[in-house]
Ligand binder design. Sequence first.
Ligand code: HPA
Ligand code: ZN
Length: 326
Amino acid sequence: MRDLPKVELHLHIEGAAPPAFIRDLAARKGVDLRGIFTADGRYRFRDFWQFLEVYEAATSVLKTPEDYHALTRAVLAESASHGVVYTEAFLSPDFCGGGDVGAWTEYLAAIREAADEAERRDGIVMRGIVTAVRHFGPDQARRTALCAAETAGDWLVGYGIGGDEKKGHLGDFRWSFDLAREAGLRITAHAGEWGGPESVREALDDIGVERIGHGVRAAEDPALVERLAAEGVVLEVCPGSNIALGLYPDWSLHPIRALREAGVKVTISTDDPPFFGTDMTREYERLAAAFGWTEADFMDLARTAAEAAFCTPETRKAVLDRLERQ
Ligand code: HPA
Ligand code: ZN
């Protein structure tokens, strides 16, 4: 499983920070972060909302472009070790310079430099998606959209939104999504994780997303499942994240199989792997155990993800060729 070539579309860069990386940075900067770790050094949280608090506390020690360079380097080395050949990561101007375009540009340059180094070293290809943080509100999201529009191109390829899905409506953020789309960015949004099927409809109707982050709760509404399949909407499914956060009690009860069998384009990602005690190899192993999926199924899922990647056609072809060589 570890060696199968993988394509990941949904990874929050700060959420991929190993706890030891954050602890070391906190110690060097004299920040007391003991409260967010368990005695054995894992991130400590009870539920999704506390997870967001711990996430933001951990992220508070990432203060410079150099910190993000080191983070990106560590994250891509880990992903490559699990066979990931292409990854799209969510990047937040909110955390990288507070929404200031000039500062964001410097953070982005540092992240790209680390990505270029990782591609030369391990062959892993990374592209970025700017993400707004929903609970920071529509005004702050506008700043992130301006940052995204300013740096849109072959590397910074998408715009999305994460954070607390229960706050406000996606339609409140339409200005930001419209600006991003006009700048040539491709659109995804977190929905159908903590919001029900209606939140997935909002993402489709109010924002016009091409992909949905999670989207799994669409499974509760057969008409919506049919629509997702008919329209070819791609779900960035993160099963281990859903199970760690208690959305489903067990892998065998996760709706990814039902969605796939209904013809919905599903893909597999880790979301915030060290927070949820997962990695791409473990996702594959658990799905194989729960649903009997084989190497052929996983290669099919990886091709679906490559087809849904927001990169240029040339990069997509290189990724698909890499999968074919398996
Ligand atoms: N879900 C929603 N928002 C987030 C996440 C997540 O897993 N990680 C960071 N922001
Ligand atoms: Zn996410």
